[in-house]
Design a protein around this ligand. Structure first.
Ligand code: BES
Ligand code: ZN
Ligand code: ZN
Length: 504
């Protein structure tokens, strides 16, 4: 079943739908239905409060209670979802996600969550689309049919449904949510399927879908194959990919609208599987390494979304793709690699492969003379250890870091600044045989050292580095709008950051 979303200003009690979702706030005086669902509470009248109490409804985030409506309202099923104490965009996005999983395949669902501003309309729509995501590509029927059915019609109820700002927020939310879902599909895809060539193919397909037809945005796509990478001398990417039978690729996307005011360059790490190479990973930590292309997926999907939104900024995205494997042609600790642009790097740890791809791609980005460069990468376990699996790390030029942090706060993602202390410059320059040392086996500050290494390739341009290691896959159960498995982390932040650049 394909799901259709519509925005309407109807009353939730009168709406004819299989299920109606109503938000409940947790207040000092107990659970209180949000204003958007007030007439549902009215329909029950004096029986409402005892009903909530006997159902054990508190309004806390993540809570969801379903009950048959028995003709009290026009819908057959009432779904109460907790909003916590603050009905803001974050709690609404999460509650909409919970709602999506509570009624995953009803023929029709109407949602009465706080939606009286364009920002909240966006949060409800995005939250529902993201929370209801499932990945069933490799399940066989009937599981596949059951899990991926999805609801039929979803009606987002909003008192401002007829206002132009609400309609555009509603449409934009769907574009951005589709971009996040695309990243999830790519990250969830098994690494034997999504090799560098397979990834490049998938990017071409996504690009074709977005740019086909009249009125579609014009985005230029180049896929560089192994020969092209060799001719151009992308030494870092080639060194990492050399141990694999599946050879590297690079995707370059350009969105260059006539009214562009600023030029943003994006770079994403596209390691389709990271075994660690000869510095092989311990068995258990290798498991999630199909997601090591999450940064590349993020910048590609974000660029396509920015183009679909018609944002008046130029975006050039580079996504180097390689598989880090063990074989007779793997790169070795002790090797010296000449990066794109000529910098030489002494390898000490083949598991610190991401910076080798990113170094090449950052230099390519600087050659475009952008106003700002942002890279996104599942780069270090160090910053996962420091910040956990929900908060991303941002490092780099203060002005850009500030703007990215602000964008994240609007986009429903948490990021935290980490420093690049001075001593990191010494650590990366400690090689006796090459310009830079890739890794030094000092256990402390590995994520900060990685950022210092990347900075060497940015030509002093304003730059921010997002280390999203551990955020690309949710290894636990679903929460809010985030399912188990691939999360699509980073996309909403990058699109929001692009919006802030477009706004000047
Ligand atoms: N792909 C990993 C980082 C990673 C860790 C991603 C956990 C997702 C979840 C990266 O290539 C890596 O192996 N990094 C090393 C860094 C070290 C060698 C400086 C690490 O995490 O130990
Ligand atoms: Zn690695
Ligand atoms: Zn890696």
């Amino acid at each position: 079943m394909t799901t259709t979303y519509t925005l309407r200003s109807a009353s939730p009690a009168k709406t004819r739908a299989e299920a109606v979702v109503v938000g409940v706030l947790a207040t000092d005086k107990g659970p209180v239905v949000c204003e958007a669902g007030a007439d549902v509470a009215q329909a029950w009248g004096r029986k409402w409060a005892p009903l909530l109490s006997s159902l054990g409804v508190t309004g806390k985030p993540g809570e969801s209670v379903r009950l048959p409506a028995n003709g009290v309202i026009n819908a057959q099923l009432l779904v109460l979802v907790g909003l916590g104490s603050e009905p803001d965009d974050t709690s609404v996005r999460r509650a909409a996600g919970v709602a999506a999983r509570s009624v995953p395949n009803a023929a029709s669902v109407a949602i009465a969550l706080p939606a009286d501003t364009p920002v909240l309309v966006d949060a409800v729509t995005q939250g529902h689309l993201l929370g209801g995501y499932t990945y069933t590509a490799h399940k066989s029927a009937p599981t596949k049919n059951k899990d991926s059915a999805g609801p039929g019609d979803v009606v987002v109820l909003s008192p401002i449904a007829r206002k132009a700002e609400a309609v555009s927020a509603f449409q934009e939310a769907q574009v951005v949510a589709d971009a996040v879902r695309l990243v999830r599909d790519w990250v969830n895809e098994p690494p034997g399927h999504l090799t560098p060539a397979g990834f490049a193919e998938a990017v071409s397909e996504a690009h074709r879908v977005v740019t086909k037809g009249r009125g579609a945005p014009k985005v230029a796509l180049e896929i560089w194959d192994h020969d092209t990478l060799t001719e151009r001398g992308l030494g870092g990417t080639l060194a990492v990919g050399n141990g694999s039978d599946a050879k590297p690729r690079l995707a370059k996307l350009t969105w260059s609208p006539k009214d562009a005011t600023t030029h943003l360059a994006l770079v994403g790490k596209g390691v389709t599987f990271d075994s660690g190479g000869l510095t092989i990973k311990p068995a258990a930590t290798m498991v999630g390494m199909k997601g090591d292309m999450g940064g590349a997926a993020c910048v590609i999907a974000a660029t396509l979304a920015i183009a679909q939104l018609g944002l008046p900024i130029k975006v050039t995205a580079f996504a180097p793709m390689a598989e880090n494997m063990v074989s007779g042609s793997s790169f070795r600790p002790g090797d010296v690699v000449t990066m794109y642009g000529g910098t030489t790097v002494e390898i000490a740890n083949t598991d610190a492969e991401g910076r080798m791809l990113l170094g090449d791609a950052l230099v390519l980005a600087t050659e475009e003379s952008p106003d700002v460069i942002v890279d996104v990468a599942t780069l270090t376990g160090h910053l996962q250890l420091a910040l956990g699996d929900k908060v991303g790390a941002v490092l780099g030029s203060q002005e850009i870091v500030d703007a990215v942090l602000a964008a994240g706060a609007h986009a429903g993602e948490q990021h935290w600044q980490m420093p690049i202390p001075e001593e990191m410059s010494e650590r990366i320059k400690a090689s006796k045989v090459a310009d830079l040392l890739q890794h030094d086996w000092v256990r402390w500050g590995g994520g900060l050292m990685a950022a210092a290494f990347l900075r060497e390739f940015t030509a002093g341009l304003p730059w921010a580095h997002l280390d999203i290691a551990g955020k690309e896959i949710n290894t636990g159960g679903p929460y809010g709008h985030v399912p188990s498995g691939a999360t699509g982390f980073g996309v909403t932040t990058i699109v929001e950051y692009a919006k802030s650049l477009a706004a000047g």
